[in-house]
Design a protein around this ligand. Structure first.
Ligand SMILES: [Zn+2]
Length: 402
């Protein structure tokens, strides 16, 4: 672990020793720019702006959910209003820093535009913005989900953005930047928060586990980080679940169960039977998965994943990192990759996708899924042109091993 990652983890000063278990996202909410992970460009730009006190009067932060927009907005507020600032390193102890940390600063006003969309709400803000900050340097308005504002509310806001009082700063956050009028955007400095790389999330989680004295298996954290799909917040709530589910010992097996990837072995066997054209066997395996509680859509999704994975294995084993498949099953996958051609795998993919569509409209999704499986087992008599030309067609897709 690098020291730079370690430095990133500090507990939220709101932490109280009297509180019981707090969710990780709250406990480790970043309070300084340094602690924001996976947004290096944003952090560097803000740092420079704050050092030279060259930040504009309005910002807009955009990105998918859980990438740190509101957290960053609060950090900007602290940095601007710290009594020892503006500074990228708010002291955390002055009157302004502590009042923001405890959500009781009268000069930092947070508004959720999802619940206050009307022009009257905005008028109120605009009128109040004419008065100077009560105790801090700036009066800061953080407007979350700003795209939800009504047209007239945006128009009212625009007037203030055109001629802002010098003591006012606006920080907007949105997941849907395309819904924000261009006239507003052109008056804001825009920051795009990126999806966070799964390796970055994994490293961060390692540090958190060590801090929380939670034992973990490396692969388990990799799985969680991957399932987070770029959102630290989603990842943290999965990590919370894994800690509770595993009683403070996070194993790969338990995480697989938690994420619903419990029986990749059965899935591979199903795939195998289908490719061998064994209808009865395939249906038995499918029903087994159903009995185990797997949902039809989930089975299809995982079959699609599996097909993609085998295709990648075929092209290059390096491309085929699939965390949901154990090392033992990997060998099985390699064998499948050797026996199936790319055109065959492409057809399997198409049929699975078609099955997906059919299942949505079917009165019984389970039956629709069975029909897809039957169709796949009967793919055999339909070799691709290449296979015909190469004479590779042998009645089933799996070439007999010699
Ligand atoms: Zn301070």
């Amino acid at each position: 672990m690098t020291t730079s990652v370690l430095k990133l983890v500090s507990e939220d000063p709101r932490a109280s020793p009297f509180e019981g278990y707090r969710v990780l996202a709250r406990k480790y909410r970043p309070s300084k720019l340094d602690e924001v992970i996976g947004q290096d460009f944003l952090v560097e730009t803000l740092r420079r702006g704050l050092e030279g006190n060259r930040l504009g009067h309005a910002f807009i932060l955009t990105g998918i959910r859980g990438t740190g927009k509101t957290t960053t907005a609060r950090i900007i507020a602290r940095s601007l209003n710290c009594e020892n600032g503006p500074t990228p390193e708010p002291c955390g102890v002055c009157g302004s820093c502590t009042s923001i940390a405890q959500d009781r600063s009268l000069d930092v006003i947070e508004i959720d535009a999802a619940s206050r969309t009307g022009v009257d709400d905005i008028r109120e803000i605009i009128e109040a913005s004419q008065y100077k900050a009560i105790s801090a340097r700036y009066k800061i308005y953080i407007i979350d989900e700003v795209h939800m504002l009504s047209k007239s509310a945006f128009n009212a806001l625009l007037k203030t953005l055109e001629e802002p009082p010098p003591h006012v700063k606006f920080i907007f956050a949105t997941t849907e930047i395309h819904k924000v009028p261009a006239t507003i955007l052109s008056r804001c400095v825009r920051f795009d928060l990126k999806r966070i790389k799964s390796a970055t999330i994994r490293d961060y989680f390692k540090v958190l586990c060590e801090r929380e004295k939670v034992e973990y298996e490396e692969d388990a954290l990799k799985l969680i980080a991957k399932a987070a799909e770029g959102s630290v917040r989603d990842g943290l709530s999965l990590l919370d679940q894994a800690i509770t589910y595993g009683s403070s010992h996070i194993t790969t097996q338990k995480v697989r169960e938690m994420l619903g990837l419990s029986d990749q072995g059965a899935l591979l066997e199903l795939f195998h039977s289908m490719m061998e054209g064994k209808v009865k066997e395939a249906l038995e395996k499918l029903r087994f998965l159903y009995r185990e509680g797997a949902e039809g859509a989930r089975i299809l999704e995982e079959l699609l994943d599996l097909t993609h994975w085998i295709q990648c294995l075929k092209i290059s084993p390096d491309l085929a990192e699939n965390m949901t498949i154990t090392a033992e099953k990997r060998q099985n996958g390699l064998e499948l990759a050797q026996s199936l051609s790319i055109p065959t795998l492409t057809r399997v993919w198409q049929i699975l996708l078609k099955g997906f569509e059919e299942m949505k409209g079917a009165p019984s999704p389970q039956k629709a899924l069975e029909v897809t499986v039957i169709r796949l087992t009967h793919l055999a008599p339909l070799p691709s042109l290449n296979e015909l030309l190469e004479g590779a067609f042998e009645g089933t897709f799996l070439k007999k091993k010699s």
